[in-house]
Ligand binder design. Structure first.
Ligand code: NAD
Length: 365
């Protein structure tokens, strides 16, 4: 399986280094091979090729079976126009890969419940998958822009039946692999696009009678996410609502550094930790690599058809946290053992290999 690796800027290369360990571990266990091809993106690409997404990088991505990205963004390029900044490379890449379904799981590990801004009893047990429609809605629909003399501005929210159907199918399929509940989030009391959304999601739900569907207004959802997050399984929603709710859900887990993501549906899936390039801690060796490693688990599940190994990797992350190991961002007030980025990567690799060993021993018996 060919994977294009785009470490990018800031802590991107640091966390990618730890994620790549997992592919190497799998290569040494299985007769399969993950071939990793590294290319520059973002500020790193501007420095070597003058563009945040050089043609050579895009070509490699389009010829691979999955793309794995660290993060982009560096203060030295802040003065550039929007279209030339490192972030423009990522936006163009997402558009070229055409993934319409953005999956952001946010689970609060019991060992980290004290790092959450919510009280332990609320944070514990939270395990939600935010599924955000990524190519439609307010961010892309026309007409948009400023009026004469910039005295007004307008954006349009448009959704077609087809756009809603395809993301709804992903939502129900994801729920089938989880706790079989979809909460479809809209603003159908005010918006026609939401009324269409609700109608289409309801009609798609008939293909999935084993999955429970509920509808919820976005304002109510924002409230329930902080008062009772464990009531949610899959939250299915459109682009703008998903953007906001996924950050809210991320906060519950205790640190941005914990979260992975996948963007699927366009043929070549894109995997990346949710966080940015974190220039404030770049180069210090203290970044949390668990979001990047969690993104590897998502790749194993969604692109490599290795669900057991994906589970093993997620269990390995949890084991390491249960044993008290913490990077600085999740150390809380009484850190037992604060690890560097590299130590955390090594610990997870070790726990993962241990699980693969046991899987092999079981099959050998
Ligand atoms: P950020 O996610 O980089 O950092 C926010 C805060 O979280 C910082 O204090 C940072 O130290 C901390 N943090 C983030 N990831 C961490 C990790 N793995 N371990 C420990 N702490 C972590 O967001 P920002 O500061 O708003 O943006 C910095 C740059 O990143 C900007 O240039 C922005 O455009 C870019 N950005 C890129 C992406 C992406 O590549 N997908 C996403 C968001 C922001």
């Amino acid at each position: 399986m060919r994977i294009t690796l785009l470490p990018g800027d800031g802590i991107g290369p640091e966390v990618c280094r730890e994620a790549v360990r997992i592919f190497h571990a799998l290569n040494s266990f299985y007769n399969c091979k993950f071939e990793i091809i590294e290319k520059p993106v973002g500020g790193a690409a501007i420095r070597v090729a003058g563009s945040p997404l050089p043609e050579n990088t895009l070509e490699a991505c389009l010829q691979s079976e999955a793309v794995f990205l660290g993060a982009v963004g560096a203060p030295e390029f802040d003065h550039l126009d929007r279209g030339q900044k490192p972030e423009a490379g990522l936006l163009r890449l997402r558009a070229e890969l055409r993934g319409f379904a953005n999956l952001r799981p946010a689970a609060c590990f019991p060992a980290l419940a004290d790092c959450s801004p919510l009280r332990r009893s609320r944070a514990e047990g939270a395990d939600v998958l935010i599924l955000r429609e990524l190519l439609g809605g307010l961010y892309f629909s026309e007409p948009r822009g400023f009026g004469e003399n910039q005295e007004y501005a307008c954006n349009t929210m448009r959704y077609s039946v087809e756009e809603i159907e395809r993301i709804a199918h992903v939502g129900f399929q994801q729920a089938r692999m989880r706790r079989k509940k979809v909460t479809s989030v809209d603003k159908a009391n005010v918006l026609e696009t939401s009324q269409l959304w609700r109608r289409v999601v309801t009609s798609v739900s008939r293909f999935y009678p084993d999955v429970k569907l509920e509808h919820m207004y976005v304002d109510a959802c924002a409230m329930h996410l902080v008062t009772n997050p464990s009531r949610f399984d899959v939250i299915l929603t459109e682009n703008l609502f998903g953007d906001i709710l996924s950050d809210e859900a991320a906060a519950i887990t205790g640190s941005l550094g914990m979260l992975g993501s996948a963007t699927i549906g366009g043929g070549i899936n894109l995997y990346e930790p949710v966080h940015g390039s974190a220039p404030d801690i770049a180069g210090k060796g203290i970044a949390n690599p668990l979001g990047a490693i969690a993104s590897v688990a998502m790749l194993l599940r969604h692109s490599a058809q290795m669900p057991h190994e994906a589970n093993d990797l997620e269990d390995a992350i949890e084991n390491v946290l249960d044993a008290g190991h913490r990077t600085a961002d999740i150390a809380g007030e009484h850190p037992q053992h604060v690890t560097s980025t590299r130590e955390m990567g090594e610990l997870v690799e070790c726990a993962f290999v241990d699980r693969l060993d046991r899987r092999f021993a079981y099959h050998a018996v």
